[in-house]
Design a protein. Structure first.
Length: 298
């Protein structure tokens, strides 16, 4: 039977429990061990094929990890002091914040934890190339009108694909313009749709056009092919799902990056419907709150 360990995004433990259901066999802090192998959206990092190893000492633990591979990231909800001593005997792994626009990271990074003073759990194959899925960037504290830009930086970096200069992007619910700022900075053409205006500095960026209106009005969508559709709208996920399905049926948008914002209880039914769209990716960003990010690249 396949066994996988899932590290819940901070604050998302209850949602991950729902997502994994009765496949969970053990919990260690935010780390859930389950008899399944799925792309769990609420996991910050997924440890595939983890192995339990008996250890006799701190040096023995470090030696066994080094034998498996070089680079390791520690998650230590228990036995913290002993785990840190093991970590000190492993090669240092840099956790410097990334500089945007960042290249997708490809170097393997294993994850490990101490289940007990004499037993560790380790996986050489993890979904996240950064420690515990905690993506950090050197922040821009002057240009963007809000902190939403960090979500888009992270999403595009993780996807390994971003708008090219001259490509047409539609930014729904754009005001005050955090995502438009990112897209225009890449040299893309941006049609920003919102009832409220963009921040003046964003509206003045080359290639930016603001259109006042509702993102959900059919007439708001420009005719002709659109390279990218972005949405960070505050709305119920079911309403966003209906919009995405309508646009998919129209067939004139190539790529999608949208935030599912859960207001109150998590709408797991809507999340599953987004994940079921052919080719879709649904994941939790480190910079998301009670949200998921939907992406479809074609």
């Amino acid at each position: 039977m396949t066994r996988t360990a899932y590290l819940a995004a901070e604050g998302s433990e209850a949602d991950l429990r729902v997502e994994l259901g009765d496949t969970i066999v053990a919990e260690h802090g935010r780390l859930f061990i389950a008899d399944t192998d799925v792309e769990a959206a609420w996991a910050a990092n997924i440890w595939r094929n983890p192995v339990e190893l008996p250890i006799t000492s701190i040096k023995d633990a470090a030696a066994q990890l080094r034998k498996m591979q070089r680079n390791w990231s520690l998650y230590a909800p228990e036995h913290f002091r002993r785990a840190k001593l093991v970590e000190e005997n492993l090669p240092h792994v840099s956790a410097k914040p990334l500089v945007w626009p960042a290249l997708a990271l490809v170097a393997p990074l294993g994850s490990w934890t101490l289940l007990a003073p004499d037993k560790l759990l380790a996986s050489t194959t993890c979904s996240s190339p950064v420690p515990n899925g905690e993506w950090q960037f050197v922040e821009d504290r002057e240009g963007p009108p809000n902190r939403a830009y960090l979500k888009l930086w992270e999403a595009l970096t993780r996807l390994g694909h971003k708008p090219a200069p001259g490509e047409l992007c539609l930014d729904l619910g754009a005001s005050p313009g955090g995502w438009t700022f990112v897209l225009a900075g890449l040299g893309a053409r941006v049609v920003a749709i919102d009832k409220a205006p963009l921040a003046p500095a964003v509206a003045a960026m080359p290639g930016v056009e603001w259109r006042q209106g509702s993102a959900f009005a059919p007439e708001s969508l420009p005719p002709g092919p659109i390279d990218w559709l972005f949405s960070d709208i505050i709305c119920y996920p079911a309403r966003l799902l209906a919009l995405v399905r309508r646009i998919l049926d129209a067939g004139n948008v190539r790529n999608f990056v949208c935030t599912l914002k859960f207001q109150g209880e998590t709408d797991h039914k809507a999340a599953r419907a987004f994940a079921a769209i052919p080719g879709a990716r649904l994941f939790h960003l480190h910079h998301n709150k009670h949200e998921l990010t939907f992406a479809l690249l074609r």
